[in-house]
Design a protein around this ligand. Structure first.
Ligand code: MN
Length: 231
C-alpha cells in the first residue's frame, strides 16, 4: 500500500529484559486520583474517576540510564510535572471487571503527565476542554516498561519526583483513590481497551513548575527511573 502523505511512525517503548518493544496506542490519563493532589487542585471527597486522552506521539520515550530532553513548550509560563505510575495494556477488552483487570496488564512504567497548568486552569474556568493544557508535543515522558511479573508490588510502591536533586512529589501508589483495577473497569466501560494502550494513573500532591535547565528524576519503586531534562 502507498500513502498520499508519509504515515506517522509507530511510537514504541523499550521493554525491560526484551529486545522487542511495546507499541503505543491510546494514552488514557486519570484526573485527581490522589486525595492530597485533589485538595491542592481545590477539590475534596471521592468523585467518580474521570479521564482525558493524549495521543501516542506525545510520548517522549526515555531508555534506561538515559536522560531524555524535553523542549519547554510554547504558550505557557507554568509548565508543571505530574509523576505517575503507568499501566501498559497487553490484552484489550470491554467492560472488564476490577477483579479481572490484572490479566489485561502487560507491565508498568514511570511516566510524567506534563501540564501547561496556566492554560489548563483557564480552560477549567471557562468550562472548556483541557486539551491545550494537557496535550502537546512531548507531554508524556515515559521510561521503559517492566513486565508485570517482574515489576514487584507496584500498587504499594513509593512514588516520587525530584527536581535538581530536591523532592517535589513523594507518596505511595497505595494512596490512589481509584486503584488500577477500578480504573480499568471504568475506562473499559466507556472505551474498548486495546493492546498497546497506556494508562497514566494519576499524580500525588506536590505538582509544581519546572523551567529550562531543570532535571526531573521520577521513580516508582521496582521500575527503572525516568530522567528528563528541560531544554
Ligand atoms: Mn495527571
Amino acid at each position: 500500500m502507498s500513502f498520499v502523505v508519509t504515515p506517522p511512525a509507530q511510537v514504541s517503548v523499550p521493554v525491560v529484559g526484551s529486545k522487542d518493544r511495546f507499541p503505543v496506542g491510546r494514552i488514557y490519563c486519570v484526573g485527581r486520583n490522589y486525595v492530597e493532589h485533589a485538595k491542592e487542585m481545590g477539590f475534596t471527597g471521592r468523585e467518580a474517576p474521570f479521564f482525558f486522552i493524549k495521543p501516542a506521539d506525545n510520548c517522549l520515550v526515555v531508555d534506561a540510564g538515559q536522560t531524555g530532553e524535553v523542549n519547554y513548550p510554547p504558550m505557557t509560563e507554568d509548565y508543571q510535572h505530574e509523576i505517575e505510575l503507568v499501566a501498559a495494556i497487553g490484552t484489550g477488552g470491554k467492560n472488564i471487571k476490577a477483579a479481572d483487570a490484572k490479566k489485561h496488564i502487560y507491565g508498568y512504567a514511570v511516566g510524567l503527565d506534563m501540564t501547561r497548568r496556566d492554560r489548563q486552569t483557564e480552560q477549567k474556568k471557562q468550562g472548556r476542554p483541557w486539551c491545550i493544557g494537557k496535550t502537546f508535543d512531548q507531554a508524556a515522558p515515559i521510561g521503559p516498561i517492566t513486565p508485570a511479573a517482574q515489576a514487584g508490588d507496584v500498587e504499594n510502591a513509593e512514588i516520587f519526583v525530584q527536581v535538581n536533586g530536591k523532592d517535589r512529589q513523594r507518596s505511595n501508589v497505595a494512596k490512589l483513590i481509584w486503584n488500577i483495577g477500578e480504573i480499568i473497569e471504568h475506562i473499559s466501560a466507556a472505551w474498548e481497551l486495546r493492546p498497546g494502550d497506556l494508562i497514566y494513573t494519576g499524580t500525588p500532591e506536590g505538582v509544581a513548575a519546572v523551567v529550562k535547565g531543570d532535571t526531573m528524576v521520577g521513580s516508582v519503586a521496582g521500575l527503572p527511573t525516568l530522567t528528563v531534562k528541560v531544554i
